[in-house]
Design a protein around this ligand. Structure first.
Ligand code: AMP
Length: 587
């Protein structure tokens, strides 16, 4: 497929707000693929070159992109910067500048330049070279390659190449919409999306899923199973606010486990090779060489996928340390020093693959039994503390013991026949009961930063307040829930400014907001927030349409930042409108 055709599709997508229309537009283009390059089309459409877990990102510093654009258009960098300031988007800037250039070269017949016809794969390959160029002189090389590409494509193609480089295509296409479009394109119906989603949840690899769909058909997609080194989308938990409710959820009997306050890890092992993935399927192997050794030491089988929580651990005192310690282990530098400073222990709680077989469809108790056969406990590897409970006194006692042992609460897990591992789902097979859930004042929420206001006074030059939102899983949109200005240290504000500045954008389509914001961001950063109370609000859109009065939404009163940036949660894993509504109804 010509890259230009794909860009024309992106342009149409950019110019509509309607979800169904977007599915149709995208499906229409996807039907034109012969399947050979569908994986690349799908990845590029999500603004990526590889699935997240591969860990190769395309993003280029804005400065470099500006230099490349200057070379391609013959304008000065200063000139481009002022365009960019005015237009506010690198893609539109590139489009406009190249448009101007082609008009002037058209007038100058002696200098007329033909644009080259690039296929999707050609562009993907060039971007891949840019992303993988490293070492001495690599910055200059990247700029040269990029400017070479920009000077040979049409202005519309330059628009989307620049956006790919800036890390966001800005078409409003997220995974769910893409799955629907693929389903429509290849099977004629959006309904088959469920099978694509099932496969995607098992391998987190849309390149692979879409290629199987195009080359082997839907039946083959239905057969896609988990495989070692392709992370499985993690199962998440619903929340309950007391032991009675927990017990009720499981018809009077369930398993309890400590809820460790650390970093979730999915451990993939085959022979001597071990890879670690975070909750959002990011490859975190390099940050935890110590954990690799622990696993190799404790493994009783050659090949498996297991899950657990990495916590910071004081081996002398035999105590778990607070989350703030282990979160420092996510750094990508000074790893050896951090290993010495912050030793960790892993508490395992699930097995997803062993003995060459997916274990997702086993019941919880069978998986737990299997887990015990796969690893032996060592000083650094333990199974999560667990017990079966059939009354609320036992749950309360377990809960209090968990808090005393420095855990943040407990998990209740179904022990029924259907207690399978629901990849990618936040179902009721698992529930979390955290300290604070039983007092309405200290509930905490993981919310996405959607927008901000410019800071004044002490906060001048940074962002002053933030607009936060929750995620609506059904509609795939973000809804506003509160505006926050409290609880931020100077360091927090400096950090947010640095992280959020490149994410500034026009209001993203997937934001349902009646609240105005001076600055909007692409959804990326999730922070933990507490508040005093959830109230009805005609201003915020959280759960609007799901309350008695259709115009009402929900808002968090007196929100405070807890100091915790939830780095291992993707924005789609933020607290959902459903969770907030449930808490509200219980207040
Ligand atoms: P939350 O982050 O509040 O949605 O809670 C779910 C998270 O709790 C999971 O993603 C795990 O990282 C963590 N967790 C800690 N202990 C356990 C456990 N025993 N079973 C499952 N998840 C656990």
């Amino acid at each position: 497929m010509r890259f230009k055709d794909l860009c024309e599709c992106y342009f149409k997508l950019e110019n509509t707000q309607k979800k169904l229309e977007m599915v149709d537009i995208l499906a229409n283009t996807l039907t034109k693929s012969d399947g050979s390059e569908i994986g690349k089309i799908v990845l590029l459409t999500l603004g990526k070159l590889y699935p997240d877990f591969v860990g190769i990102e395309l993003m280029l510093a804005e400065k470099m992109a500006i230099k490349a654009l200057a070379l391609a258009t013959g304008k000065s960098e200063k000139n481009i910067l002022s365009f960019l300031d005015e237009i506010g988007d690198l893609g539109k800037t590139a489009h406009k500048l190249l448009d101007n250039k082609s008009q002037s070269t058209l007038l100058d017949f002696t200098n007329q330049q033909e644009t080259e016809k690039y296929d999707v794969v050609d562009v993907w390959k060039i971007l891949d070279i840019i992303s993988q160029t490293s070492g001495e002189g690599s910055a200059d090389k990247k700029i040269r390659i990029l400017s070479g590409l920009l000077s040979k494509v049409t202005p519309l193609e330059a628009r989307y190449i620049s956006r790919l480089i800036a890390g966001n295509l800005r078409t409003g296409v997220a995974v769910q919409l893409l799955l629907e479009a693929l389903s429509k394109a290849k099977t004629g119906s959006r309904e088959n999306k469920q099978f694509l989603e099932r496969a995607y949840n098992r391998c987190s690899d849309l390149d692979y899923v879409s290629s199987v769909l195009y080359k082997e058909g839907l039946e083959a997609v239905k057969e896609i199973e988990v495989k070692v080194f392709s992370p499985i989308k993690v199962m998440l938990a619903q929340r309950v606010s007391n032991s009675e409710e927990l017990l009720e959820r499981f018809n009077g009997k369930c398993s309890l486990e400590y809820k460790y306050d650390g970093l979730r890890v999915q451990i993939h092992k085959k022979e001597n090779k071990v890879k670690l993935f975070s909750r959002s399927t990011e490859n975190i192997t390099k940050q935890f060489p110590d954990v690799i050794d622990f696993i190799n030491n404790a493994a009783l089988e050659n090949e498996f996928i297991i899950e657990g929580e990495i916590v910071a651990f004081d081996h002398e005192k035999e105590v778990i340390l607070p989350f703030q310690h282990v979160s420092q282990r996510k750094r990508k530098h000074d790893i050896d020093q951090k290993i010495r400073e912050i030793p960790v222990r892993v508490f395992l709680f699930d097995v997803l693959f062993s003995n060459s077989t997916s274990r997702l469809d086993l019941s919880y108790l069978d998986r737990r039994e299997n887990l015990q056969k796969i690893v032996r406990e060592t000083n650094n590897i333990k199974l999560s503390h667990q017990a079966i409970a059939d009354n609320s006194d036992k749950i309360d006692a377990f809960f209090h013991q968990a808090l005393q042992d420095n855990c943040e609460g407990i998990m209740g897990k179904s022990i029924g026949k259907d207690s399978v591992y629901q990849a990618g789902a936040r179902g009721w097979n698992w529930v979390k009961y955290k300290a604070g859930y039983n007092t309405k004042l200290s509930d905490s929420f993981d919310l996405v930063i959607l927008g901000a206001e410019h800071g004044k006074g002490k906060r001048a030059g940074k962002y002053g307040t933030f607009l936060l939102g929750c995620y609506d899983q059904i509609e795939g949109v973000y809804q506003t829930f509160t505006r926050i200005g409290t609880g931020f240290s100077d360091e927090d504000l400096a950090f947010f400014f640095q992280e959020l500045k490149p994410l500034e954008s026009e209001k993203p389509k997937e934001y349902q907001s009646d609240v105005e914001s001076s600055i909007w961001f692409y959804p990326k950063i999730v922070i933990e927030v507490t508040g005093d109370e959830i109230t009805r609000s005609q201003m915020h859109t959280c759960s609007r349409g799901l309350l008695e009065n259709d115009m009402d939404g929900l808002a968090l009163r007196f929100p405070r930042f807890t100091g915790r940036i939830v780095q291992d949660k993707a924005p789609e894993q933020a607290t959902t409108n459903d969770e907030i509504r449930t808490i509200y109804l219980k207040q």
